[in-house]
Design a protein around this ligand. Structure first.
Ligand SMILES: Cc1ncc(COP(=O)(O)O)c(C=O)c1O
Length: 415
């Protein structure tokens, strides 16, 4: 069956509603959060309606069902990213996953490969979302390690010309985004991962903007840790994934401590359960995990490669149309090579917030601002941008409506 975004839209109840005085919803903000298909809403609702109990606790049928649903969702995630089931840790979102690994490294004792001190180096890039920058800044400040970064070229690509001097033998961790949430740029991982491993560093991948949109196989990429959020991949808010290679998870100290993550406890001390439980203290977010499991099965039923192909063709079309608009400047790559479907731009003197408000009046939802990437904005010479981000339910008509909206804004603001 051919890919049909119009049929796909029918699976998402939100597209039935009208907004701003009866207008069609043109949702171009999936980079911030995706819409939810009915199957995801049902999975979360059914958990509470029919199965609600604390997973891994309680000797009764509901607890058993809750456990099966929760662990079933873990299996779905593992299958989707090519991981082992016990390597998949549920968190409340990518921000928590990235903080988890950074804090856990900060807890690593002397002698551990994760231990950091003065003289050690953490490498990030200038295109990081704050969620994958600030935890590493904080870790550097706590441990005395130094933070270094790859710069971004004017075209919005990573500058790897100094890779050997940036990733030298002092580097313990390289933490980077897979796909920029502002530029859409997909980073060249192979070269970075090979270099990082050659000096004994681990690679943490912020896959928030890649896992929902293209095939990500953790084994094929040979990365060490990965983070993404459920709500950007058609799932609910309040659930995210932290993945790590099993031998690394075995060595990584816990982040949050408490119930469910222990092996044994005395009044003085405790020992930890193996991963993933070591990293899942407390009663878990079961309903949200159920929703994420349903989201992944829904995506699998359509095909992640088909979704990716659709997004590439939409992005190519949108870039071409945006390029024809006078005074409009796309911030990021102008072609679809190693580029995803987040397209940020400035438009003459019209402030992105004004443009966003005008587009909203036409039923078009975009994001405006710095997109939680201040250093990147500064590097690209902009204070803020307007961002259109596309997903499986977007159509060429949505792109045309955005272009018409931009022309409408030019007239409205007399630009
Ligand atoms: C690249 C990237 N990393 C991390 C995050 C943080 O995700 P969350 O807010 O869901 O934790 C986002 C969210 O926009 C993102 O785009």
């Amino acid at each position: 069956m051919s890919f049909d975004p119009v049929a796909i839209r029918r699976d998402f109840p939100i597209f039935e509603r009208k907004i701003r005085d009866g207008k069609r919803l043109v949702y171009l903000d999936s980079g911030a959060t995706s819409q939810k298909p009915q199957v995801v809403i049902d999975a979360e609702l059914d958990f509470y309606r029919l199965h609600n109990a604390a997973a891994h606790r309680g000797a009764h049928q509901l607890a058993e069902e809750a456990t099966d649903i929760y662990e079933g969702a873990r299996e779905a995630v593992a299958r989707f990213i090519g991981a082992e089931v016990d390597e998949v840790v549920f968190t409340k979102g990518a921000t928590e996953s990235l903080n988890l690994v950074a804090y856990a490294m900060g807890n690593a004792p002397l002698g551990s490969r994760f231990h950091l001190e003065k003289g050690d180096v953490i490498v990030v890039t200038e295109m990081e979302h704050h969620a994958n920058l600030i935890p590493w800044q904080q870790l550097a400040a706590r441990t005395g390690a130094t933070l270094k970064w790859f710069e971004v070229t004017p075209e919005g690509r990573l500058d790897l010309s100094s890779i050997n001097s940036i990733i030298d033998e002092h580097v313990k961790v390289v933490a980077l985004t897979h796909q920029s949430n502002v530029l859409g740029t997909i980073v060249p991982l192979t070269e970075i991962v090979n270099r990082a491993h050659s000096v004994g560093a681990v690679v943490v991948l912020d896959a928030c903007q890649s896992v929902p949109h293209m095939k990500v196989d953790v084994k094929a990429l040979d990365i060490d840790f990965l983070a993404f959020s459920g709500h950007k991949i058609l799932g609910p808010t309040g659930v995210g994934i932290f993945w790590g290679k099993s031998e690394l998870l075995a060595e990584l100290p816990p982040f949050l401590t408490g119930g469910s993550m222990i092996e044994s406890v005395t009044m003085e001390s405790a020992t930890w359960a193996p991963a993933p439980r070591k990293f899942e203290a407390g009663v878990p977010n079961m309903a949200q995990a159920a929703g994420l499991g349903a989201a992944i099965k829904y995506i699998e039923s359509i095909g992640i490669d088909e979704i990716h192909r659709h997004e590439i063709s939409l992005t190519g079309y949108l870039l071409e149309k945006l390029n024809e608009v006078p005074r409009l400047k796309v911030i990021g790559p102008m072609d679809t090579v190693d580029r995803g479907a987040a397209v940020s731009f400035t438009f003459g003197d019209i402030h992105p917030h004004d443009l966003g408000q005008y587009l909203d009046s036409q039923g078009i939802a975009v994001r405006t601002g710095h997109h939680c990437a201040w250093p990147l904005n500064r590097k690209m010479g902009v204070q803020s941008t307007t961002r259109a981000s596309l997903y499986l339910y977007n159509t060429f008509e949505d792109c045309d409506d955005l272009i018409a909206g931009i022309h409408g804004a030019a007239k409205y603001f007399g630009a």
